[in-house]
Structures are given as structure tokens and as C-alpha cells.
Design a protein around this ligand. Sequence first.
Ligand code: SF4
Length: 206
Amino acid sequence: MTRRQCTGEYKVKPIKQKVRELLGYPYPARIPKGVFVEQWVGISTDEFHRAKDADVKYMRNRHPLLDMSWSRADCVRYLTSLGLADTPKSSCLGCPFHGNAQWRHIRDTSPSEWADVVEFDAAIRQGNARANASGSRLLGEAFLHRSRVPLSEAPIDHVTAAERAALRISADEADVLEKGVEDGCSPWACRGDADALTRDDFGLAT
Ligand code: SF4
């Protein structure tokens, strides 16, 4: 996994822009002390360690699921009672933490979204000018799928027990390969290493 700015670029930055607009202080206006929005973030009790404060004073994070002591199972039970049992965990379409099941789901249910992620995968091949951990160009190439094969050709079928043995991967590794990273992703609780993001990543002064 290379240096990754997705949460900062695609979530935090647009949210901050919108919040500033709603408050009436678009960047670079200074926001007066005591002016803030309250933002609700859905972190369940299973992942309470991911609950974080926003990094600016004009946003205050609340975690209603933690306030109600709701676990992921409680959420699923509630969604099921509303006929929404199939609600997937939240993530971007082209998330590099997807497992094969999620890639297959996109491929098999939404041709236009599949075309979009295949195009996105091709577009990231060279990374950007500050793509690696030390802020330099990639020495190699970037791929969305763990196999480091273009998504259109990547092995996204279910890995059989025989293939798992041939690949010499454990049952847990095969599980991640199939299901992806279990955690969901939100602006202040990204499934990746959000702590590695800097204010520079967000391109925003506070
Ligand atoms: S869902 Fe994936 S791609 Fe989207 S912000 Fe989170 S880690 Fe990045």
C-alpha cells in the first residue's frame, strides 16, 4: 500500500469546504471562535477506537452509535427491521481495500461502475508526483487489486481451498482476499492509516 490521500482528497476536503460554506465563512475566511457545526459519525462499539475528533475547531464530531452503545450487530438488526438487511459497509467505489467479493459485485451488477473502476485503476498506474511514503514518485506501478494485475484481468473469482493451498496463504488471508478489509470508512475513521495523513494532504489551512 502506497501513500494514500483518498480520505483527505475525496472526503475531508469537500466536507470542510461545504461546512465553511454553510457557516458562511468560505476559505480563506477566518471562522470566529465558538462558531462550529456538529457532525455525526457512525462508529459502532466494535470499532470505538476509531472514533476521533475533527482536526478543526469549527467541526465537532459526535458519535451517536457509541452514545447508544450500538454494535455492528445492533445496526444490522435495526436495518433488517426496516427491510434494509443488505446494506453494505460504506466505501468508495474504487477502494483498494475491496475484496474479490466486492469487485465481483460491481462487475456483475453495474457495468457502468465496473467500467469506471477499471478506468480508474488504469489511470493510477504511475501514481502521482508524491505517491510513495517519502513523497516521491513510485518506483513501480500502482494497482487497485492485490494481485498487482490490471483490474479488468485480475483474479477476482472466489479462491478455492486448492488455490489457497497453492498460493500458500492462510485461511485469514484468504478471508481478507475475498471480503476485503472488514472496517468501514468514514472521513475521521478511514479504514486505512488516517493518522498518516497530514494537513498538507488536505490542502487546507484551518
Ligand atoms: S473507502 Fe477506501 S478509497 Fe474511499 S476513502 Fe476510504 S480507504 Fe479511501
